[in-house]
Design a protein around this ligand. Structure first.
Ligand code: HEC
Ligand code: HEC
Ligand code: HEC
Ligand code: HEC
Ligand code: HEC
Length: 451
């Protein structure tokens, strides 16, 4: 097995052979017609464009995905530059190994020059493709299920879930790892590189979830149209998508989808993300529910509104991932019979930040100065972590003002956004570089009488 740090070589003999086959060659007429030119840029890694001719669906879906943007989208770019500056470049390979594994392997990262502004992080085209086809399909194993513990060995052998694929233009190898969560967990589990504080724990959250016990993996939710509603019990079966794995391939009962659908809607208005946007919104709508439970009056505490927030669709905590940056929050509005607003929490201020006092589900980490920060590599302490467990619920007790009596109308909504304006400012992203949409996962309304 090759290790990650092995220096890049130019095309080996097998690689050269693959390039030649892809470029010219003795393929069945049907396969040859669709073969694009070799896309390798002097290293042994192939561009996603080189797979597009025979795997057009996979390419089209992946191209809109966050994996395709992982190295150069502006939010990552801003945080990456900040991390590079604050660590005097030391963090560049750490971040890069997950966001552009090929960029690090080919030694384009660490960058030779200091990074100052967005776009300074330009790498050659193949590395710019971020988490791309040829990288994933040449993963041969892993040393740890965290911090980019994958092992990838560029070669003409493309590994995958199919047991009987016999392509002519490249070799194929059946590898059951492609149906397992660990393949994803090598990147979707991040611990701090020096103090080992867990920062992103999606894999570990899944591993302890009822989904893991039921055999439902990341791929079943993120590489399909989602789980079908179950006839009994809360966990459904993954959607199957019959089709072809390649233009010349046979009809198969299931071919995965490469949208890697997730909640990120920041880049959803690009034409290549049109279908992804629809899927992302559907995923979010399935993710959570708000239930207005009751009004209770307890001695000493007065009147309280009880709201339940449920994680109905995420195979890990809601939210997950970079939860130092993400925001999921409750907006609650209570009005009395005369239309007077008695309470409104979770509203935004003029700058678009959530006003103090709201219920927010996120991880709060502190830096050495004790500040709540989104610059997660500066974490010295996890100050709090309050999120909703898979298939679980959290109860919120919201105190109401003394004036609350009679019939009250309660409105509650659960909102999600990828990052707050304050977070963008902390990362140093120039204003108006991106617009961050707010998506309402669920909204509900109820009239209840105060006891
Ligand atoms: C993040 C890793 C990753 C990336 C990037 C990726 N794939 Fe895959 N691919 C997978 C996994 C995992 C499966 C198996 C999914 C399953 O069976 O549930 C798969 C399956 C496949 C298959 C087998 C047929 C099927 O079920 O879909 C083909 C062909 C394929 N990928 C081609 C591509 C191409 C072409 C690209 C780039 C345009 C690409 N992949 C990008 C992880 C990846
Ligand atoms: C000239 C056409 C052609 C090109 C170019 C091509 N493939 Fe394939 N690939 C195929 C065919 C045909 C199959 C088999 C499909 C089947 O059996 O259903 C296949 C199968 C696969 C599989 C499934 C392997 C398994 O056992 O599960 C993967 C993964 C894959 N290709 C990845 C890639 C990647 C990555 C690239 C780009 C670097 C690429 N392919 C370029 C034709 C091609
Ligand atoms: C090489 C590391 C790597 C591997 C392996 C990997 N991912 Fe990712 N994934 C990333 C990075 C980096 C991002 C974030 C990109 C960004 O937002 O800039 C991401 C983002 C995502 C997202 C979020 C999309 C959104 O809309 O918010 C999903 C879902 C996802 N990956 C699923 C998967 C699944 C499923 C697998 C396994 C089949 C997998 N990933 C394997 C690195 C990886
Ligand atoms: C039961 C379906 C299901 C399973 C299983 C599942 N997810 Fe998710 N995932 C979701 C839903 C729904 C969301 C959107 C809500 C959220 O952000 O938690 C999501 C969101 C995400 C996000 C985006 C977080 C953010 O806010 O940017 C990532 C990354 C992700 N999942 C990766 C994974 C990985 C990796 C696995 C396996 C270890 C996995 N998921 C297993 C359903 C699932
Ligand atoms: C072990 C793999 C790994 C490492 C190391 C890593 N990341 Fe990530 N990063 C991810 C994954 C996976 C996601 C997607 C999670 C999600 O969607 O919430 C992500 C998401 C992000 C995002 C959110 C992007 C968006 O569009 O909202 C930023 C910003 C980010 N990473 C910055 C960094 C920086 C800076 C470093 C280095 C200090 C770093 N990452 C190191 C795997 C990694």
């Amino acid at each position: 097995m090759l290790s990650l740090v092995r220096p890049a070589r130019t095309l080996g003999r097998r690689g050269a052979a693959f390039a030649a086959v892809i470029a010219t060659c003795a393929l069945p007429a049907s396969e040859a017609r669709q073969t694009p030119q070799a896309q390798d840029v002097g290293h042994q890694h192939f561009s996603a464009k080189g797979c597009a001719g025979c795997h057009p669906q996979h390419y089209r879906q992946w191209r809109g995905s966050l994996h395709a943007l992982a190295h150069f989208e502006p939010i990552y770019d801003a945080y990456f530059i900040k991390a590079s500056q604050q660590s005097n470049k030391a963090l560049e390979p750490f971040c890069g190994r997950c966001h552009t594994p090929i960029g690090v392997r080919t030694k384009q990262i660490p960058f030779a020059r200091p990074l100052r502004k967005l776009g300074d992080t330009q790498v050659k085209p193949v590395a710019r493709e971020g988490v791309q086809c040829d990288f994933c399909h040449t993963i041969t194993g892993h040393t740890a299920v965290q911090n980019s513990g994958f092992v990838f060995s560029p070669s003409t052998i493309k590994r995958g879930p199919l047991a009987d694929a016999r392509p002519v233009s490249h070799q194929a190898k059946h590898d059951p790892a492609f149906r397992r969560a660990e393949l994803c967990g090598t990147c979707h589990q991040v611990v701090h590189p020096t103090n080992n504080i867990p920062l992103e724990t999606t894999y570990a959250e899944w591993k302890r979830s009822p989904y893991a016990k039921a055999g439902i993996v990341c791929q079943d939710c993120h590489m399909t149209a989602g789980l079908q509603a179950a006839a009994s019990g809360p966990i459904g079966k993954p959607t199957r998508h019959p089709g072809q794995a390649a233009t010349t391939g046979k009809q198969r009962p299931h071919v995965s989808r490469h949208f890697f659908v997730g909640p990120n809607l920041v880049f959803a208005n690009r034409p290549e993300a049109a279908e992804l946007k629809r899927l992302s919104e559907a995923l979010l709508r399935r993710a959570g529910r708000v239930v207005i439970d009751e009004l209770t009056r307890t001695p000493g505490k007065g009147l309280q509104l009880v709201i339940q927030v449920r994680n109905t669709g995420a195979g890990h905590y809601l939210p997950t991932g970079v939860t130092e940056i993400r925001q999921l929050w409750l907006e609650i509005k209570v009005t009395d019979a005369r239309g007077r607003v008695l309470l409104h929490s979770g509203a935004l201020d003029k700058k678009g930040n959530i006003k103090p006092g709201a219920v927010i589900y996120r991880t709060e980490v502190h830096d050495a100065a004790g500040r709540d920060t989104t610059l997660f590599w500066n974490t010295v302490k996890k100050a709090s972590d309050r999120r909703i467990p898979p298939l679980g619920a959290l109860l919120e007790y919201i105190p109401l003002p003394r004036a609350a009596r009679g019939k009250l109308t309660v409105e509650a909504a659960l909102h999600y956004r990828s990052v707050s304006p304050a977070g963008l400012a902390e990362a140093g992203l120039p204003p108006n570089t991106v617009t961050i949409p707010i998506f309402t996962i669920h909204r509900t309304k109820r009239t209840i009488s105060a006891p």
